[in-house]
Design a protein around this ligand. Structure first.
Ligand code: AMP
Ligand code: MG
Length: 523
């Protein structure tokens, strides 16, 4: 990677509505400056959507070329005009863009089922960028230094994991799945100590908001009833403005969040995504995928698949995600109880009635999704055993999940790509029989193969960010400072619905299997 030429980043248009809410919801503080910031990657299409402009700068026009000394008082808060600042300084937190009011948000959460006070321990929301289209997005730094919520942590993040989040979040976006996005990664020029020494980095993350289930879990205890009600109405204004006049805001918000989660988790299952750490602090009320720590993609179909190093009981396994979403939503409902009804018993009854709907909501979304993956316009509850049976056969064959659907729709160049380590010897013959059953089912429904395939191509990705591809690209970037593989993979993932060039390279499951693959939180 060459040292970047100097560039400015302009077009900031901040509002700070969250910072204006009750002061107990956030701590006002600046990012901790870093030693030697250098832009590693920048997301041009996302910048355009946000109304931001990155352009080459004449070095003599810039007020400051180097980073501030670490530990100096936060010069950042002086709000120097952005057209005189190098983009790497802005995207590392060494200088602040005009209008930024940086805050670390307070929240609590259930981590693996245990309730804890958390808060942004290594993140800072700079403000809400109002886009040229009038939309509002949180601009957040991840890895920006210690905050009052850091507990024992160093407040920093590794280059490796910030680039991993960049790649996977952008892949999810390209798959059409609601997600936080990644605007930039800046290396800090500082070391970060984990089990080994890493290079440090700051990621700029963009989200519809960072309001989580854990925000409400915290606020329920931290705020008096009236202020708690204001937070509910604020959240509704941001994510469900059509409910602004609701007379039952807490209940209505809960239902909307349930609907968004049902839809989101169905989309994860569509592409084989395993979030890996669905703690309540990592579940967004906006219904976006966020907090890409130990997430990973499944190769061989198995609902029990887990990659996270700390998830020893498989709580967040691929197939458990709908149940965990339901569990988390129950925690949200609990937090909202006093706002649902002042009478506790009545509130509990109402909340339970609403929560009971989740299973049906998810089931509907899942069946719609599976129907399309199999080429049907829709499927009926009575078709469920057939779909379950088909997936069970994939599991027995240890068939690659993504490639199985591609094989059915006739788009897999080499049937060998269906097999993973541990597939039985006769797996391809048995897959042939699955295909025959499936074709018979289509014939019964009078659906021509071509019509089915067209429907399937819109939902079955040709490529996903397979763990081994992601690791190889990151390894090359971090160890050898070459980003060719990273950019090649990113380009393929930006167009996930087709894979014309070198399909075997991008579509093959890992040749040695992923039995030993482990992912980590908080790196
Ligand atoms: P996560 O598992 O990424 O959702 O993180 C859980 C909590 O730990 C959040 O409150 C984070 O802000 C905090 N955290 C994670 N890593 C660090 C770190 N290196 N320094 C301080 N806080 C951290
Ligand atoms: Mg988190």
């Amino acid at each position: 990677m060459q040292k970047q030429a100097l560039q400015t980043l302009t077009g900031w248009n901040f509002d700070n509505s969250y910072a204006r809410l009750d002061e107990r919801l956030a701590s006002r503080l600046d990012p901790v400056p870093v030693a030697d910031p250098e832009l590693v990657i920048f997301n041009q299409p996302l910048a355009e959507m946000l109304g931001l402009v990155l352009r080459a700068a004449d070095p003599s026009s810039l007020t400051s070329k180097g980073g501030s000394a670490v530990g100096k008082p936060p010069e950042a808060s002086t709000n120097t005009p952005d057209d005189t600042l190098d983009a790497a300084l802005l995207l590392s937190g060494n200088r602040l863009p005009p209008g930024a009011v940086p805050i670390a948000q307070a929240y609590a959460g259930h981590q693996f089922g245990h309730f804890t006070m958390l808060g942004d321990g290594r993140a800072i929301v700079l403000g809400e960028q109002i886009t040229p289209d009038g939309n509002r997005y949180d601009i957040q730094f991840k890895g920006s230094g210690r905050t009052p919520f850091s507990r024992g942590g160093d407040g920093r993040a590794t280059l490796y994991s910030m680039l991993r989040e960049y790649l996977i979040s952008e892949a999810m976006h390209a798959l059409g799945i609601p997600t936080s996005r990644s605007l930039a990664v800046v290396r800090t020029g500082e070391q970060v100590f984990r089990e080994v020494i890493h290079e440090g980095a700051v990621l700029t993350r963009v989200s519809s908001s960072h309001i989580r289930v854990g925000t409400f879990q915290y606020a329920r205890h931290a705020l008096p009833a009236e202020r708690f009600g204001e937070l509910i109405r604020y959240t509704i204004r941001r994510h469900d403005p059509d409910l602004a006049a609701s007379e039952t805001p807490a209940a209505d918000l809960l239902v909307r969040v349930m609907e968004r989660q049902a839809a989101l988790v169905a989309r994860w299952l569509q592409v084989g995504f395993i979030h890996g750490v669905m703690n309540t602090d990592n579940m967004s009320l906006a219904g976006e995928t966020f907090d890409y720590g130990p997430c990973a993609f499944m190769n061989a179909y198995d609902p029990g698949t887990v990659f996270s190093s700390i998830d020893s009981h498989g709580r967040y396994a691929f197939g458990n995600q709908p149940q965990i979403a339901h569990w988390n939503l129950s925690r949200l409902a609990e937090a909202l109880l006093p706002a649902i009804d002042t009478d506790e018993k009545a509130a509990i009854d109402k909340a339970n009635d609403l929560l009971h709907r989740f299973t049906g909501m998810f089931e509907t979304r899942w069946m719609e999704m599976m129907a399309l993956k199999l080429g049907f316009p829709g499927l009926d509850v009575s078709d469920r055993p057939w779909v379950d049976g088909l997936l069970e056969q994939f599991r027995e064959l240890r068939a690659d999940y993504t490639n199985s659907f591609l094989a059915l729709q006739g788009d897999l160049v080499d049937e060998g790509l269906l097999l993973t380590v541990g597939s039985p010897r006769d797996a391809l013959e048995r897959f042939g029989r699955i295909r025959e059953q499936w074709q018979a089912r289509l014939r019964d429904a009078d659906i021509p193969l071509e019509e089915a395939a067209a429907r399937m191509r819109a939902v079955n990705p040709a490529v996903i960010p397979r763990n081994h591809l992601v690791e190889n690209a990151l390894e090359e970037t971090v160890q050898h400072r070459r980003m060719d593989s990273f950019h090649a993979l990113l380009a393929v993932l930006r167009n996930p619905w087709e894979c014309r060039a070198e399909p075997a390279r991008w579509q093959a499951p890992p040749p040695d299997g992923d039995g030993g693959y482990r992912t980590f939180c908080g790196t």
